[in-house]
Ligand binder design. Structure first.
Ligand code: DX5
Length: 233
């Protein structure tokens, strides 16, 4: 959550897509040791996005291996159906897609009633205005910087005006100390500064963390330092 004294805290959240799922416990423990701030679980249903990943039981199996907060990025058409199971699996934050929810306001309120914090994601083609009337219900807005479904895609730089627009919406609503702005997709050493300068304070990285020849810890600290230096509130 943002720090009311010095503005939003810069956080690095790994996507789990690149990990070796045959040793998931070790992988999440290594991410914690490398200094990440939370873990993002990319839940995909093979319908809302082409890819199919995992459900709550896989997330639950990793819960005892780390003390980090878990967030479930629900790239699924029916997030309400299993929301309670993702909370029971150990996710303190659920992220739903505005495009997948017929009744987004109700879905976000339902997540809060489960005791989790609610967040909303926007695909690249979806305007920021789609979340104008639910900002009071969320603790984070996720602006996708790739079309969701796969790791290792190229960052869509034309999303930076939208990141800026969402940051301005959050600040104009007086929610800058309560609502985070997350970006996800193609985040790495060459792209993270642009996203942070536009106003993102939580940055999801997958392949970039595992590509760094100096290892996970270096990748995490390097990305955090670059984002902190560039961040614009
Ligand atoms: C895309 C996923 C992203 C992705 C990030 O659908 O939601 O989280 O895994 O991976 P990279 O950082 O490799 O783009």
């Amino acid at each position: 959550m943002p720090d009311p004294t010095s503005g939003p805290r810069i956080e690095i959240a790994p996507s789990v897509l690149p990990v070796d799922f045959s040793k998931l416990g070790e992988e999440v423990a290594a991410l914690e040791a490398a200094g990440v701030d939370r873990i993002q679980w990319d839940v995909m249903d093979g319908q809302f996005v082409p890819n199919l990943t995992f459900g709550p039981s896989v997330i639950a199996s990793a819960r005892r291996h780390t003390s980090l907060p878990f967030e479930a990025h629900l790239m699924v058409y029916t997030p309400d159906v299993m929301a309670a199971e993702y909370v029971a699996a150990g996710c303190s934050r659920l992220i739903v897609h505005a495009e997948a929810c017929t009744h987004l306001h109700r879905t976000l309120a339902n997540i809060a009633s489960l005791g989790a914090t609610a967040s909303v994601a926007l695909n690249p083609a979806t305007p920021a205005s789609a979340i104008a009337h639910v900002l009071d219900l969320v603790d984070m807005v996720l602006v996708m910087t790739v079309n969701p479904g796969f790791g290792g895609q190229a960052y869509i730089g034309t999303m930076e005006p939208k990141i800026r627009e969402v940051r301005d919406m959050i600040e104009r609503a007086g929610l800058g100390d309560r609502v985070d702005l997350e970006v996800d997709g193609g985040i790495g050493p060459a792209t993270i500064a642009g996203a942070a300068a536009a106003g993102a304070n939580i940055l999801v990285a997958g392949s970039a963390l595992f590509r760094d020849p100096e290892g996970l810890s270096h990748a995490v600290s390097d990305l955090r330092a670059t984002a902190t230096a560039a961040f614009r509130r």
